[in-house]
Design a binder for this molecule. Structure first.
Ligand code: NAD
Length: 428
């Protein structure tokens, strides 16, 4: 190209999203810390590929409604890409791309043979019937079929999706290829080749990390209190596992409201209440409280377990916890991080804290490929072993380099993917 040829600058299609810009900002900071080769940085800052699909379905009232769905694969360097599928009204390309990038680092920190991916459909599953959700899931699966496969990309549940969603994907994919293919998704029902303990894995992993942090801070679990934002899969299991270890949960919120009880919420009773179809805010064993202030209540352990970008420059300075356990993906913005890093809050960053889910997803994929199944004790023991190993690796690096836990975790993850890219070389 001669010097007068205008350089075409591709439009950064992901950059409209604050969440994607946040993921790239984190990558830039880590790149500096680990002195990442700029050529590798160039390849890591943009997802490998993204598919945007229109998903028309017939609604129960006879109308046809067209939803927009996304599947983004950030990296395919380390193996098939792996990541959840999210059903939420605010889903967009940039959010999904950021979540896919975080999945790459998470899989690398846990030393799993996967790259990162994520998917999502902009919809409100709370307002859809089972039939509508089934048609949406099946049509979406068909639409992303060209980039799906047990050796290419393996979805899992995330916000707004569950075991049933995974069962529909498994069935749709299996019907298309002509044989039962359980290894196409993880987080399936046990009867379809799901892994015992997968449903609880993310919350359990969160609590394994919290226990290590409490130990390091010399706080007895019986003297600790927790506040949890989000009472879905991850939030409810986190509360249950904390209760088993004697930690009192004093406040809980979900999309519709928040409740508090300084004496401790009866988590078994709250689970029963929610499982019977009632709202968290209507639980009789606690009083209503302001959902916007839940994260800033005084407590030992603060657990955001809902959406990203919940701890921002506006509320970071008001946090009154000793431990921030990031069960959600991306709950803390880089601006909030600067404020938190000046405090003595022990941060367990998302890419480590919630990695239990993808770890047991890996166990599920391995079992499905081999058609050889493990028992619950094996799953939980192996999960705890891998979580603790990762926790201690991150902790040691943070202490050795005097860097925040988030930067230590991301350094380990990014470095592993970068090394694999360097070893494989640049094709052709
Ligand atoms: P879920 O759909 O089961 O539950 C989400 C919960 O968050 C619900 O209680 C919902 O009411 C609540 N919520 C939604 N919007 C809210 C708001 N504005 N304020 C307060 N609460 C709100 O989803 P989940 O699987 O528990 O996922 C929760 C988080 O954990 C997400 O960030 C997800 O990416 C992350 N995560 C999940 C897994 C997994 O295995 N499911 C693994 C890793 C990370």
């Amino acid at each position: 190209m001669d010097a007068n040829t205008p350089q075409l600058v591709p439009r950064p299609v992901y950059d409209d999203s604050a969440t994607f810009r946040m993921a790239v900002k984190q990558l830039e900071t880590v790149a500096e810390i680990i002195q990442l080769d700029p050529n590798i940085f160039e390849r890591l800052k943009t997802p490998k590929r993204a598919l945007i699909v229109a998903v028309p379905i017939r609604m129960d009232d006879g109308r046809t409604h067209q939803f927009i769905g996304y599947r983004v694969q950030h990296s395919l360097t380390s193996g098939p890409s792996k990541g959840g599928l999210r059903y939420h009204p605010s889903v967009d390309l940039g959010e999904v791309a950021a979540l896919a990038m975080w999945m790459s680092w998470k899989c690398a920190i846990m030393n799993l043979p996967f790259g990162g991916a994520k998917g999502g459909i902009a919809c409100d599953p709370d307002k859809m019937s089972m039939g509508e959700k089934e048609r949406l899931t099946r049509r979406f699966t068909e639409e992303i079929f060209p980039i799906l496969g047990p050796r290419m990309d393996v979805p899992a549940p995330d916000l707004g999706t569950d075991e049933q969603t995974m069962a529909w994907i498994m069935d749709t994919y299996s019907m298309s290829v002509g044989y039962a293919c359980p290894e196409i998704v993880t987080g399936k029902p046990i009867e379809l080749g799901g892994c015992i303990g997968r449903k609880e894995a993310t919350g359990r992993g969160v609590v394994y990390c919290i226990m290590q942090a409490l130990h390091e801070l010399n706080i007895a679990p019986a003297n600790a209190t927790a506040v949890v934002q989000g009472f879905g899969n991850v939030g409810s299991v986190t509360c249950t596992e904390l209760a088993l270890r004697g930690v009192k949960t004093i406040a809980v919120s979900d999309r519709y409201g928040a409740i508090a009880n300084p004496a401790g919420i009866d988590i078994a009773a709250l689970n029963q209440h929610v499982n019977s179809g009632k709202m968290v805010k209507d639980f009789p064993g606690a009083s209503p409280t302001d959902p916007n202030e839940i994260l800033t209540l005084p407590c030992t352990i603060c657990v955001p377990a809902a959406l990203e970008r919940q701890i921002t420059a506006d509320n970071a300075g008001k946090l009154q916890c000793r431990i921030l356990a990031e069960a959600a993906n991306g709950p803390t913005t880089p601006e909030a991080d600067i404020i938190l890093n000046r405090s003595d809050i022990f941060i367990i960053p998302d890419v480590l804290c919630n990695a239990g889910g993808v770890t047991v997803s890996y166990f599920e994929w391995v079992q499905d490929m081999q058609q050889f199944f493990w028992d619950e004790a094996q799953v939980n023991q192996k999960l705890e072993q891998l979580m603790l190993k990762a926790f201690h690796q991150v902790r040691s690096l943070a202490k050795e380099k005097r860097i925040p836990m988030r930067m230590a975790a991301l350094s380990l993850g990014v470095q592993k993917v970068a090394l694999e890219k360097r070893r494989r070389g640049l094709y052709p």
